[in-house]
Design a protein around this ligand. Sequence first.
Ligand code: FNR
Length: 362
Amino acid sequence: APTPKKVPIPPRGVDYRDKIVLAPMVRSGELPSRLTALHYGADLVWGPETVDRAMIGATRRINPDTNIVEWVRIPHFGQKQPPPNVPASVIFQVHPSEQCKKLVYQIGTSDPDRAVEAARMVAADVAGIDVNAGCPKPFSTSGGMGAALLKTPDKLCAILEALVNNIVPEFEIGISVKMRLLETAAETETLVRRLCGTGITGLTVHCRTTPMRPREPAIRGQLRMVADICREAGVACLMNGDVESRDHAKKLIEEFGVDGAMMARAAETNPSCFRPEAEGGFASWQDAVEKYLQNCMTTYNRFGNTKYLLCNMVPGKWPGFKNISQSKSYTQVIRTFGLSHLEKQAMETDAKLGIDPESTAP
Ligand code: FNR
């Protein structure tokens, strides 16, 4: 049989084939979530969508305590008299253990030049750049970003081509896109063919149309067709939508002829969904929470973000749930879970973040 065509993967890039990956998720895909997914066997992780305008003008620095690479915006930077004690806001973080090899950076954009400018700032630290062409939320679509790009294919292709022409030669990583299904198979087919002609190395298809809500089951009817077009063009195809575990992913990959799969909500609830059955499969939610909390503390994750994800991981009927949802410090959380061996670290983390470990709800 003839060897199948493959778009060459740039030397520093990654091939999405045979990968089960963590989906891009605003809030839920911050650094400690990604580290936890990698711990449980995710092959690659996507960062949360980061809007090009937020990244442009940020400053790259290395956090001396953690060695994490951070892009920060320093408020009032350049003003004669900046107000004191306004914390810099962190736009994006890369941990040494995901840097260059495991992390794909997702851009929210509606403009080729801005996309290139934003991508250029992180390209040396990541394994790939992905364009969000699937987010249906008004904050994304109203700016012409996310799923709005599915309706402006010329613009979407111009963005991908600009990234391929400007980022690939200089940084030697691949460009990819994450899209949703269009209303008809014919429309999807036309768009996928065009996208595959831009020079991208990977395409993820979220098996829902733009108006579909997350609780509506994913539709698989167009999936084999998308996979076939990608294979013909040599572009790796990942499927997304209602994938529950690594073993479920493997079955779907086989069934639909895609190259890999991406999980979002399954990983948000229990990041051990990436672990193969043969290695133990799903961990208990308690074990996953402990691993996640360790990653939050070693990276000094913002407490509000940690609590947000904990409320996804802890079953609502667990008696301590309300305590977790009302807690104000790592120390309180660690005590509620009864993880006394982590209490000292929790107190140190609170101190570092300027949180009163005993602070009570107002
Ligand atoms: C998302 N999703 C998403 N998609 C994307 O391309 N960029 C993003 O930043 C986000 N953010 C995001 C946040 C949260 C909290 C959720 C739950 C989802 C969509 C996500 O990547 C995925 O396409 C869908 O959730 C469908 O996959 P699952 O959940 O059925 O595995």
